[in-house]
Design a protein around this ligand. Structure first.
Ligand code: ADP
Ligand code: MG
Length: 694
């Protein structure tokens, strides 16, 4: 595609400004679609001007003056055959005073409202016109603009580009149809070219509401194409990785069955289903790329343990990576308990790697991993550092995958040992991902969902308590601990400063210590040396500590069933996913859990909304859906968004039907019309090659 400057000469400075809007070439310019429209195709008689709607009127200025009360302002009286209204400017230039003088004919575009002297328009768009000046024959698009490049200038550039494109036989390529007729008919899609043209110059009779809400067929076509490009790129990416080689880890059940028999519980049907999907993938000679989803407490770890055993049964190693030391340590303990007795007789071990372990110990672990008698390595991101060499790595499991960047996951995947083979990959997500997101942004993965929680879980009761009622809360904690239960006290999140956060945690611990002299309290935070951290967690797990004061380091994965009460300070500062995770730490045992959210007034509207959602809902999928609604996909996705094409036009909530259609169409195009798929991708993502790499 020729660069913008060739087809459509614009100056260097304009090019730079366009670049700021993400416009690098002609196609980008075509897809710089209006934010909204103004209707300058018709005139309203002043008498009939509706309230609270932007409309256009035309009249003659019969009087114009600067008033000083209540403040300096320019006030003009505009009259047509039907009536009169005031136009008022609170900020104005001398040139405007001159231009809007009595006798001038003007067209005003604005919202009229009742004023002190009668109907008025404040700061309308005002243009001086001649009598019988023709009206616009299309709605006026208003474009996203930037400093030094107004919507009006952009409109001219686009109109000019459109004329050139349509007049020029080769230029038509920009808007050429990429989709086969069958698809267009099936989903009643109008042509791409017509849609783009229409959105830049909609006819006067177009429904303003449909345009505004982006529900007009022209909008739908653009959104469909965008979603389709995303699906195509994700599916291609998926296919490409899937076409590699991986060790086929057959299901021979020697170890997995032994684990199932030794567990004190039976798998839920959701766990069984998820493991059977994973197990089937592992048996294939191509790398699995599966995301295991399930609400907090749904029991993902045991499913991961089964997958590990299936690898070991085939004499392959597995690696399990967790985002925090505490979580990695806890996995290590849990999995040592479950797998240790099965592996010991086979002379196999489990290795543990962390950033701040002793050099000696680390060397032993590294030797075990390289030598191949450590069949499972558990750790933090220390796992994918260069010195770590596996003997035969067959399976990589990443817990809380959203915490890791794309790069970190790739690094671990590349540790397969033999260059020709890639390990299978299982990702686990702590917080559920809404269906629409996993269908779009996770379309490069297969997804298993554990639905339902293990039986016997009691619902956690959530209470919202204003900070000035702390006393009631401490009384409650005392009572619970006296009755033999344990509690968490979660310190406020202080995003601005880690030092301040630490200080707050220390102070909170001290204060609580003096409030509860009869209780044994403990403190964990991110800065604690790992040995101390695990010592504290261990004695909390053993019941020696009654009240654990903690920063949000305990957010993920921590599992102490006897802890049934949690107090979260400054809950209004925390995100929904975080609150849901934290709350998931209680209510794991038989006793019903209670989660007290302390908040400090005044709180912002959005914080209020978050607290309301967490108060009203316990289902993680529903909370995630609401979170997506509040924050939008960009923020929700966090680290994942790097390398994944973001959506500009489609809205996952509003356009689910289009997403479904695009998903089906992507598969169909790749199968039956690979050329069309290629053209489509080229058009939407071709120039942004980084999208296709990861
Ligand atoms: P998450 O999905 O949040 O990672 P975990 O794997 O930590 O959940 O499991 C939460 C708790 O539930 C653990 O104590 C685990 O041993 C227990 N658990 C897992 N599966 C079952 C089951 N089928 N029945 C009873 N308890 C289970
Ligand atoms: Mg977990």
């Amino acid at each position: 595609m020729p660069p913008l400057a060739v087809i459509h000469p614009v100056s260097r400075t304009v090019q730079e400004k366009l670049a700021r809007l993400g416009i690098a070439d002609e196609f980008d310019l075509m897809l710089h679609l209006p934010l909204r429209y103004e209707d300058e195709t018709r005139l309203y008689p002043i008498r009939d001007v509706p309230a609270n709607r932007t409309v256009q009127i035309e009249g003659v200025i019969i009087r114009s003056e600067i008033r000083y009360r209540p403040r300096r302002q320019l006030v003009c009286q505009v009259e047509d055959a039907s009536g009169m209204l005031f136009m008022r400017f609170l900020n104005f230039y001398g040139s405007q005073v001159k231009a809007y003088s009595a006798g001038r004919r003007v067209r005003l575009l604005g919202e009229a409202r009742p004023g002190f002297f009668g109907a008025e328009m404040v700061h309308p768009k005002c243009r001086i016109v001649h009598e019988n000046e023709p009206l616009a024959d299309a709605l006026t698009p208003i474009y996203p603009a930037t400093a030094g490049l107004s919507s009006e200038t952009i409109r001219k550039l686009i109109q000019q580009a459109l004329r050139q494109t349509l007049g020029d036989a080769t230029g038509q390529n920009y808007l050429r149809e990429t989709l086969p007729d069958t698809i267009l008919r099936r989903y009643r899609l109008q042509s791409f070219k017509d849609s783009v043209i229409f959105l830049h110059q909609p006819s006067p009779d177009a429904s303003a509401t449909l345009l505004q809400e982006r529900a007009h067929p022209a909008w739908r076509r653009i959104k469909f194409d965008e979603l389709l490009a995303q699906q195509l790129s994700m599916r291609l990416h998926y296919r490409q990785r899937r076409s590699g080689n991986a060790p086929a880890l057959a299901q021979n059940n020697s170890l997995t069955r032994a684990l199932l028999e030794s567990l004190p519980f039976e798998l839920t049907s959701g766990q069984k289903k998820a493991f059977s999907e994973i197990s089937r993938d592992l048996a294939a000679p191509h790398p699995m790329q599966r995301l295991l989803q399930g609400d907090v407490g749904s029991g993902k770890t045991v499913v991961a343990a089964l997958a590990v055993l299936q690898a070991i049964e085939n004499n392959c190693q597995a690696a399990l990576m967790a985002p925090t030391e505490i979580l990695a340590e806890q996995h290590y303990q849990k999995l040592s308990g479950w797998l240790g007795p099965l592996l010991a007789p086979l002379d196999m071990t489990i290795a543990w790697l962390s950033g701040n372990q002793k050099k000696k110990q680390r060397e032993v672990m590294l030797a075990n991993i390289a030598g191949g008698n450590a069949m499972l390595a558990i750790g933090t991101h220390a796992l994918f550092q260069e010195q770590v060499e596996f003997n035969r790595l067959g399976l990589v499991i990443i817990d809380e995958q959203h915490r890791f960047g794309v790069q970190q996951r790739l690094a671990l995947r590349n540790k397969g040992g033999e260059a020709s083979s890639t390990p299978h990959q299982l990702m686990m997500s702590a917080t559920p991902i809404p269906r629409t997101l996993s269908m779009s942004y996770y379309a490069d993965l297969d997804v298993s969902v554990i639905d339902g929680l293990p039986p016997g879980r009691t619902q956690v009761l959530t209470k919202l308590v204003a900070d000035n009622r702390r006393d009631e809360v401490t009384a409650r904690v005392r009572e619970a601990c006296r009755a033999g239960k344990q509690a968490y006290w979660v310190c406020p999140l202080i995003e601005e400063s880690e030092a301040l956060q630490l200080k707050t945690a220390l102070e909170t611990h001290q204060t609580l210590n003096s409030i509860f002299p009869e209780l044994k309290t403990g403190l964990v935070h991110g800065r604690l040396p790992s040995q101390e951290k695990s010592a504290v967690m261990e004695s909390f797990a053993q019941g020696e500590i009654h009240l654990l004061v903690a920063t949000t380091v305990i957010e993920v994965g921590v599992d102490v069933p006897n802890a049934s009460l949690m107090v979260i300070e400054h809950a209004e500062r925390m995100g929904l996913a975080q609150l849901h995770q934290l709350r998931g730490r209680v209510g794991r045992g038989a006793a019903g859990g209670i989660c007290i959210l302390l908040y400090q007034n005044p709180i912002s509207a959005i914080a209020r909304e978050r607290l309301k959602i967490i108060f009203e809902h316990t289902d993680g999928f529903e909370i995630a859906r609401q979170d997506l609604r509040l924050r939008g996909p960009g923020e929700f996705l966090g680290a994942r968004q790097s390398g994944v094409p973001m959506l500009r036009f489609a809205d996952l909530e509003q356009d689910v039907d289009l997403l479904d259609a695009a998903r089906i169409t992507a598969e169909e195009l790749l199968r039956d019309h690979p050329e069309a798929a290629k053209r489509h991708l080229q058009r939407w993502l071709g120039r942004k090659s980084e999208y296709l790499r990861v």
